[in-house]
Design a protein around this ligand. Structure first.
Ligand code: ADP
Ligand code: ZN
Length: 623
């Protein structure tokens, strides 16, 4: 079917009959319409936002085959299994397949038997693959190009993949084919880079909020991390989660220790044998309630929707990393927890890492900046979510409280530092916004250095007014001012501190400004996972409590059935049904195929493949 003939009703019908969903989420509908209308799209949506549907639905209803560029083999595999379970003709081409299997997929493509084909970027631009696409293109049988994880094209990003750069040619070589690029990376600079490097200047941009309302955030200072972690894990018994550590050694020690504590914990890092890594990853995906202790080698492409918590035993590198890593929790929209402990040692380690690297100076500056912003998030007494969203340019109103982070639920002891923030900003102003943080602090603390003397700054009114506080105190002030968008260090001007429009409110003392009185807060924080006051905790209780005891029993039976089925088919459990679908089944207890189809998450194909068994489980359990 050509795009012009596709009516809204066909789109809605496929949403239900193929994907089993009753409604679009957020911007999905507008994105689908854009793609169907033949316009390119750049989609920025947080993890779990529902990006796949944005190209899968158009691929299903359009004529021809959609080519999906995806950087990870594991991810392709799961996506294709999930599509097959929906009855959609999909496949992938990658190096995990033998020659024969690849030839088979290639013939299916040439014979128009596929609706979606997943390929790695390096393959897409090979002469061989292009020679397969050219005849398809001439016959008008390429429905669209979807470029997943599009931030991999960003050269300064942490997941840069050189092969992505070559994808720019798609826009010229296959000029008539619609392209849709998708990413969960929110950094505005990355956005610009994606457009430029993929030749997507004309693409319509869809930016969703990066808020993940179902994730609860908490950060504490490290004080006996094992006890802290145990206390946290105790409130997550039987749930799947990831524990991130900075080094391989720490991964192995932590995993081994958790096993002695009675948890099902596995290790994952790049130093492990490929087969061990694969086995552990498979167990994490397929079994219920496995804890994966891992370095960041474990991450992108872990599409498991029911990860209930992500714990950081070490500080990530940037807020962006923190956001991505914690974002692996709760993709299914159910309550999930992001928990972190950190210490000064982490900071020192990272500083050394940055200073000792061979990277160009401009890059180091960027890294230092990013570390500062991350520390500001760790140390803030404000709502963590507010600080996180601020970083991505989503400014919340003054006094915003999410009620689902440690600072909102259990406000930390803090000291009012409004006056000191004013002092810092006046020092920046009096020195004409021409100096870096270290120099500003020198002036505030009345340092008797040659630089200060030569510039005549010893005679300023702000000179020495901050003597009472140590350097670290002033750095914390600077970090928080940066984090709250009042100042930034200007990369194009030797890192001079510049004030923004937002600085005024701080200068005039209109904004609250507090620093954490660390010790008091963290002792308490260490005792708990999340406070019972938390909105996310409450949701979690509600989701379970909402089920009657009978329904809860049915839910457990459905879960065991799903687990057995997943084992039998060698697919992750979520490929069969999401938790939310099982809950809906347990609650409504459908008795016929028609009633089954009313349940969100069940389309034609799933009703056909699993319907009888599900009805059988439900019939058996109600008696
Ligand atoms: P992303 O790729 O953005 O991380 P996914 O495409 O994996 O997100 O979708 C996340 C989850 O949301 C999946 O379990 C998916 O089935 C579900 N989902 C997507 N769109 C909808 C919708 N319109 N209604 C209900 N569930 C949806
Ligand atoms: Zn909050």
């Amino acid at each position: 079917m050509s795009s012009r003939e596709i009516s809204e009703s066909i789109v809605r019908q496929s949403l239900k009959s193929v994907f089993g969903f009753d409604h679009f989420r957020g911007a999905q509908e507008a994105i689908v319409q854009t793609v169907l209308g033949g316009d390119d799209a750049l989609v920025l949506m947080p993890t779990g936002g529902g990006k796949s549907l944005c190209y899968q639905l158009p691929a299903v209803v359009l004529d021809g085959c959609a080519i999906v560029v995806s950087p990870l083999i594991a991810l392709m595999h799961d996506q294709v299994s999930a599509l097959e379970a929906l009855g959609v003709a999909a496949n992938f081409l990658n190096s995990s397949q033998g020659r024969e299997e690849q030839t088979e997929v290639e013939s299916a493509l040439a014979a128009d038997r596929l609706k979606l084909l997943y390929v790695a970027p390096e393959r897409l631009t090979t002469p061989h693959f292009l020679s397969l696409l050219d005849p398809l293109y001439e016959r008008g049988k390429i429905s669209l190009f979807a470029i997943d994880e599009a931030h991999c094209v960003s050269q300064w990003g942490h997941e840069f993949r050189e092969e992505y750069l070559a994808l720019e040619m798609l826009g010229t070589r296959f000029a008539n084919v619609t392209r849709i690029a998708l990413t969960a990376t929110a950094d505005p600079a990355t956005r610009v880079e994606i457009r430029e490097r993929l030749g997507l200047q004309e693409a319509r941009e869809f930016v969703s909020s990066f808020d993940r309302p179902n994730i609860h955030y908490s950060v504490a200072e490290r004080r006996g991390e094992k006890q802290q972690l145990l206390a946290f894990l105790q409130s997550h018994e039987g749930e799947a989660g990831i524990v991130y550590c900075i080094s391989r050694k720490r991964v192995e020690e932590t995993a081994a220790w958790l096993v002695t504590e009675g948890f099902t914990a596995l290790a994952y890092h790049a130093g492990l044998d490929q087969s061990v890594r694969r086995k552990n990853q498979d167990r994490f995906l397929r079994e219920d309630g496995v804890i994966m202790v891992a370095t960041i080698a474990f991450g992108m492409g872990i599409d498991k929707p029911d990860v209930r918590f992500v714990a950081h035993l070490d500080l990530p590198k940037t807020i962006e990393n923190y956001y991505q890593e914690t974002g692996r929790a709760g993709r299914d929209g159910d309550p999930a927890f992001a928990w972190m402990v950190y210490g000064l040692a982490d900071v020192v380690k990272q500083m050394h890492f940055i200073e000792g690297s061979e990277a160009p100076d401009a890059f180091k500056t960027l890294q230092r900046d990013r570390l500062d912003r991350l520390l500001a998030l760790a140390e803030t007494t404000e709502c963590r979510r507010r600080t996180l969203l601020d970083y991505f340019g989503e400014t919340q109103q003054i006094g915003y409280r999410c009620m689902a982070c440690d600072n909102c639920n259990d406000p930390p002891e803090s000291i009012d530092a409004k006056r000191e923030a004013q002092m810092f900003l006046s020092a920046v102003a009096r020195t004409d916004q021409r100096f870096g943080v270290a120099y500003i602090i020198d002036v505030l603390r009345g340092a008797d250095t040659e630089r200060v003397r030569n510039r005549g700054h010893a005679s300023l009114s702000v000179y020495g007014i901050g003597k009472a506080h140590p350097d670290t105190f002033w750095r914390a002030i600077a970090r928080q001012l940066i984090a709250r968008g009042a100042i930034f260090s200007d990369r194009n001007d030797y890192n001079a501190v510049k004030m923004t429009e937002a600085a005024r409110a701080f200068l005039r003392g209109e904004e609250t400004f507090t620093l954490r009185a660390e010790s008091i807060h963290t002792e308490r924080a260490a005792q708990r996972g999340a406070s019972p006051k938390s909105k996310v905790d409450k949701q979690k209780n509600d989701a379970l409590a909402a089920l009657s005891p009978d329904a809860q029993a049915r839910f457990q039976q459905l879960r065991s059935w799903r687990s057995a089925k997943a084992g039998e088919l060698s697919v992750p459990a979520f490929v069969i049904f999401a938790d939310s679908t099982l809950r809906a089944l347990a609650e409504r207890c459908p008795q016929t195929q028609d009633e089954l189809l009313q349940v969100s998450g069940i389309g034609q194909a799933k009703a056909a493949s699993y319907g009888r068994e599900v009805l059988h489980v439900l019939a058996g359990s109600s008696r």
